[in-house]
Design a protein around this ligand. Structure first.
Ligand code: MN
Length: 128
């Protein structure tokens, strides 16, 4: 069965709502988590093919959550795309160092985001 599940870890309700709209356009199934701990649990349970990770989160931040997932044998192969409103210098490096596969800065372009997501979806579909 095809897996169109995308886990979004994002504490901002408006951003989550925006994400809901974007993912609906691409006919993806959204799994919502408003904090990192819940996100990690849902990733283990629901096995999304992609995780969109806000970096600024209450409690454990997105970088720490990514580090934890990338050392978990069950989760490490799920690509993590960091999404942050902070376009500070060094953020990209920090995200990649923590194990994020990619990095998108808010405000993002809807078309670009869908293209990025489709790239991961198509990669998943490629048998090798
Ligand atoms: Mn946030």
């Amino acid at each position: 069965m095809e897996n169109k599940n995308i886990l979004v870890i994002e504490d901002n309700k408006l951003n989550m709502k925006l994400m809901r709209g974007v993912l609906r356009l691409g006919d993806y199934q959204l799994i919502e988590a408003f904090d990192a701990e819940t996100g990690i649990q849902l990733a283990r349970k629901q096995k999304p093919f992609l995780i969109l990770m806000d970096i600024q989160l209450p409690g454990m931040d997105g970088l720490e959550a990514t580090r934890i997932m990338k050392t978990d044998s069950k989760l490490k192969d799920i690509p993590v795309v960091a999404i942050t409103g902070f376009a500070m210098q060094g953020d990209r490096e920090k995200a990649l160092e923590s194990g994020c596969d990619d990095y998108i800065t808010k405000p993002f372009d809807v078309e670009d985001l869908l293209k990025t997501i489709k790239g991961y979806y198509d990669r998943k579909e490629t048998p090798n």
